[in-house]
Design a protein. Structure first.
Length: 505
């Protein structure tokens, strides 16, 4: 008798449509499940299944949810509950390779949550293929932000319908198109990639030591999906290169981390430089790096303005912001992609908050892609600041959705359950990198009881040293920009600290 591994050779492409949470800790509720079983050798659809799902709480289907996927309360009121379809979903998914767009961060999580809510063990995959991470690395961002809707438009496949079965079929077609383009480019790289910013001739790396290798594919047989690898397999069959598996890189590192190659020749598929350029654009560090030998004290710049190469940048206090004068527009970001920019009376909106009380300082447990601690602080938000940020959220989110985004929107104001009357905001302290040197892109000042402000100049990156300055309960004047982001199905407004004045008392 054939083993289960051989019996269930199909790839299960699946997608879930959910409600959109509007309150802290509300959670997602599955409204639709759709899946197709695909032959990995011929890429033909062997079977399909889709159904609407009635959530336990119909009130969770709000107007924002309906705008995202068009699924209304009336549409699901007579639909089966997830418990009713759990056996079918389990049978489709368990022991098969799972595939989908952004499934590691979203769909897989929703499936496990749904099974946990009914007290049943969740299905486990033989391996996972996350096309968002896979295509971001192998195909590159030539199609823009790599969302399914953008990729479909790029290849002329029509509009994404945001319905489960339609989306998984579109996902398969997008993979076919991307694989075909990469195959053609690899056959005549000097011809096809002359005008392309990414080349298919990446040096492969050995699975054992990460060095360059001219050998064929080295398959990863790891069955642990929890480690975050976006493509893994326990299927030991070899000898054929399939259109989907030919997309994969030959290393076992997590593709979403976009790790740089350690080979003598650069990995031309390495997305590290792109990631750094995008993050640099998002953070907009308005500083000029220079060698700093000793600490020095300087007088602070005017309280509501910062100097830049473009002149003086104004910062408005929340009470000075006219809500009707806030608007959002799309501006170029990187190679055809766009980002949202928030404006106030046609000028970039930036905020100054006086006497903000710090709730949480820097947590050194979390790290960025370069292994440095993430420099985030959390401060209490005044009612006037909440009003401005809530308005900005609404305006930016609407433009994001109107532009075809289906990313989960994260509000700028944090309102935790039990502390709803104590809203907070997270401020990001960006890091500017020059070679091997990393410095803070935020101007940091110390305000003495006499009112004198002195700038603190740091000669090296030291999160521990910075942590001693940002202690809970400290008051500060915060000057920050509002930078909307949309990355890997998560969107929102990042508050980037440009200048922080710490009060001594």
């Amino acid at each position: 008798m054939a083993s289960q591994s051989e019996d269930r050779f199909e790839i299960a492409f699946f997608d879930v449509e959910t409600t959109v949470p509007t309150r802290p800790r509300q959670g997602f509720a599955i409204l639709e499940f759709g899946s197709i079983l695909v032959c990995p050798r011929k890429l033909v659809e062997l079977d399909s299944y889709s159904t609407l799902v009635r959530p336990a709480d119909l009130s969770a289907i709000n107007s924002l949810s309906v705008r995202c996927n068009g699924i209304t309360c009336d549409a699901v009121v007579a639909a089966p509950s997830f418990q009713d379809i759990a056996d079918k979903v389990y049978d489709i998914l368990h022991g098969r390779i799972w595939a989908g767009h952004n499934i590691l961060r979203f769909d897989c999580v929703r499936i496990r949550e749904a099974f946990a809510q009914i007290g049943r063990p969740a299905p486990e995959p033989k391996g996972t293929i996350d096309s968002l991470a896979l295509l971001t690395q192998r195909f590159g961002r030539r199609a823009g932000n790599m969302k399914m809707a953008t990729l479909a438009t790029y290849f002329g496949l029509g509009q994404q319908k945001h319905r489960s079965l339609d989306d998984v079929r579109m996902n398969l077609e997008v993979l076919k198109y991307c694989a075909t383009v990469l195959f053609l480019e690899s056959s005549l790289p000097d011809v096809f990639t002359e005008n392309s910013w990414v080349s298919p001739n990446a040096i492969t790396r050995s699975c054992s030591d990460g060095k360059s290798s001219a050998k064929g594919a080295c398959l990863n047989m790891n069955t642990q999906h929890e480690n975050g690898q976006m493509l893994s397999s326990t299927n030991q069959r070899t000898g054929e290169n399939h259109p989907i598996t030919s997309l994969r890189d030959n290393n076992t590192e997590e593709v979403s981390d976009l790790v740089e190659s350690s080979t003598a020749r650069p990995d031309l598929f390495d997305m590290g430089p792109l990631r750094d350029e995008v993050m640099k654009e998002l953070n907009h560090p308005d500083i000029t790096l220079r060698e700093i030998r000793v600490q020095e004290s300087v007088e602070s710049s005017p309280p509501a303005a910062l100097g830049s190469s473009n002149g003086t940048v104004e910062f408005l206090q929340p009470d000075e912001v006219s809500i009707p004068s806030i608007c959002a527009s799309l501006v170029p970001l990187y190679r055809g992609s766009q980002r949202i920019k928030l404006l106030h009376k046609d000028v970039t909106l930036q905020i100054c908050c006086r006497h903000m009380k710090l709730r949480f300082g820097i947590n050194e447990k979390y790290f960025d892609h370069a292994g440095r601690p993430r420099l985030n602080i959390v401060g209490y938000a005044s009612p006037s600041l909440c009003k401005v940020l809530d308005a900005c959220d609404g305006i930016a989110q609407k433009l994001s959705m109107d532009s075809g985004s289906s990313s989960e929107w994260r509000p700028a104001v944090i309102r935790n359950e039990g502390f709803y009357n104590c809203p907070t905001v997270r401020l990001h302290i960006p890091t500017a990198v020059c070679g091997d040197i990393a410095l803070y892109a935020t101007e940091i000042y110390q305000k003495e009881p006499s009112g004198t402000e002195q700038r603190l100049v740091f000669t090296k990156f030291d999160a521990s040293e910075l942590s001693t300055l940002f202690k809970p309960g400290t008051f500060m004047d915060a000057f920050f920009s509002l930078d909307p982001y949309d990355y890997q199905q998560r969107a929102g407004i990042r508050l980037v600290a440009k200048k922080l004045i710490l009060h001594s008392n």
